[in-house]
Design a protein around this ligand. Structure first.
Ligand code: FRU
Length: 486
């Protein structure tokens, strides 16, 4: 293994190889998801199509599965699927980012890619100081940091929880939105404006009608699509009736008319979750050269231990998803390029009536499973995946209340137990299609072409490969396709 370009300072080559070896020997390493070589991965950062490649960075702590001093780790790809590992993109090597090069985004200008990030610094009393910073990448891939922050401190009335700049082109110049916390301990988003991406003027707080008690908004992302304005963010500390599920934190969005850039008002009022699964956070979007809005999320959550921790690594990103709008709501679906991973195909139309159906041809660990319902009059339709004698993850549709739920109670090694083992979502007009991506330790489930999706990590035994379809209180006829994924 050649680690020269990934090795952080402060550790010898031998020690670093030791860490990497431990990770390589871990069970549950993913086969087609972006995951860290060592240590911990969290948010996707700086996403762009630039100079003939997709560029992606992620938050990285190299030395172990904990949220230590963060780096940006860099990858690039021609197709969003096969990634070239470019190693460390940004290291915490300045006083203002000494305790972490935190999350941010990118913007192309004059042939350069501007990388905006949060400098996280702790002083001698361990007090946090946050600034918004810039590094610039050229066409040769050289990345140069500016020596002073663009925005050295939060504006009046805002605490040091001030981070995650996302930049876009507004009507009268560039705009930046950051997550923030007011001194009253409530979350908000701030807007800055610039003509040249270097000098930034504080415009004020974004005004939204949505009322929430969230104490901090992380990773805001504002964009327009289909004539709508969309504000995505991760509001921390939602009350349960607001969030309707029990993940520690979640990612969601408000949708409305495009933001008024003069008054900084946005009328998005109805908060919706982006993903109904157990492990999804800090998503970021970007517009590619084909005009698609593409989203990556972190398939993990803050403040939760995962079973891979004991092998020295944690987390992965989601597969790339294309974001579209239908009926005034976001839909997320795998990008078309996911088809590049497909190998052997098995197809069959099944009819099951008060029974279970299993066939080894639908077994596996790394696959895409497409289930299109031709007729569905069962009270309960269930697909159990990654099953062996003791373990299974169950996707259950109940037609009485048109609810789809994912049951992780017997998925394998348990974790995050305090947050429950069921996640549910209502479907507007019943279940029509399920598309499931299974990797070694994750499932991503797209229901009715992205009406609802569930992302979750699971930690089953290697023998957990069976797929079982069950119809109760009636019958189901479905066309099934399954591709093994490379
Ligand atoms: C979200 C987050 C961001 C921050 C980064 C640090 O997961 O907490 O707000 O910039 O992670 O790694």
């Amino acid at each position: 293994m050649n680690t020269a370009h990934t090795k952080p300072d402060g550790i010898s080559e031998e020690e670093y190889l030791e860490l990497a070896k431990k990770v390589q020997n871990s069970p549950w390493r993913q086969s087609y998801h972006i995951q860290p070589v060592t240590g911990l991965l969290n948010d996707p950062n700086g996403l762009a199509w630039y100079n003939g490649f997709y560029h992606l960075f992620y938050q990285w702590f190299p030395f172990g599965p904990v949220h230590g001093t963060k780096y940006w780790y860099h990858l690039r790809s021609k197709d969003l699927i096969f990634w070239e590992d470019l190693g460390i993109g940004l290291a915490p090597d300045q006083n203002f980012d000494s305790h972490g090069v935190y999350s941010g985004s990118s913007m192309k200008k004059d042939g350069l890619l501007y990388l905006f990030y949060t400098g996280n610094h702790r002083d001698d009393n361990w007090v946090r100081h946050s600034s918004q910073c810039l590094a610039v990448m050229d066409e040769e891939g050289r990345i140069q940091k500016e020596t002073t922050p663009l925005i050295p401190k939060p504006p009046d009335g805002i605490t040091e929880h001030f981070r995650d700049p996302k930049v876009w082109k507004g009507e009268n110049g560039y705009l930046m939105i950051t997550g923030a916390q007011k001194i009253s301990q409530t979350g908000t988003a701030l807007i800055y404006q610039s003509a040249d991406l270097k000098r930034w003027e504080y415009r004020g707080e974004l005004s939204v009608p949505w009322k929430t008690k969230a104490f901090m908004w992380e990773c805001p992302d504002y964009f327009e699509a289909d004539g709508y304005g969309i504000l995505m963010m991760c509001p921390q500390g939602l009350e349960t009736e607001e969030s309707g599920n029990s993940n520690i934190y979640e990612a969601g969005y408000l949708i409305g008319n495009p933001m008024n850039e003069d008054t900084l008002t946005f009328d998005g009022n109805q908060y919706e979750k982006l993903d109904y699964g157990f492990d999804f956070y800090a998503p970021q979007t970007f517009l590619d050269h084909l005009g698609r809005r593409i989203l990556f999320g972190w398939m993990g959550l803050p403040e939760i231990s995962y079973p891979t921790d004991r092998y020295g690594w944690a987390h992965c990103l989601t597969i790339p998803r294309e974001l579209t709008i239908a009926d005034g709501r976001i839909r997320l679906n795998p990008v078309k390029e996911m088809e590049l991973l497909r190998s052997e195909l098995v197809c069959e139309t099944i009819f099951i009536d008060e029974e279970s159906y299993r066939d080894v041809r639908f077994y596996g660990r790394h696959y895409e499973l497409m289930v299109q319902l031709i007729k569905q009059n069962a009270g309960i339709f269930e697909i159990s995946v990654r099953q062996n004698k003791q373990e299974q993850t169950v996707i259950r549709y109940s037609s009485k209340d048109q609810m789809i739920c994912v049951d992780r109670s017997a998925s394998g090694e348990a974790f995050a137990k305090d947050y429950g083992s069921l996640r549910k979502a209502g479907l507007k007009s019943g279940l029509k299609e399920l598309r499931i991506f299974s990797d070694e330790s994750s499932l991503e489930i797209f229901v009715n072409q992205g009406e609802v999706c569930f992302s979750l990590r699971i930690f089953p035994q290697e023998s957990g490969i069976e797929t079982v379809f069950t119809a109760r209180e009636g019958s189901v006829k479905a066309a099934i396709q399954k591709w093994n994924l490379k």
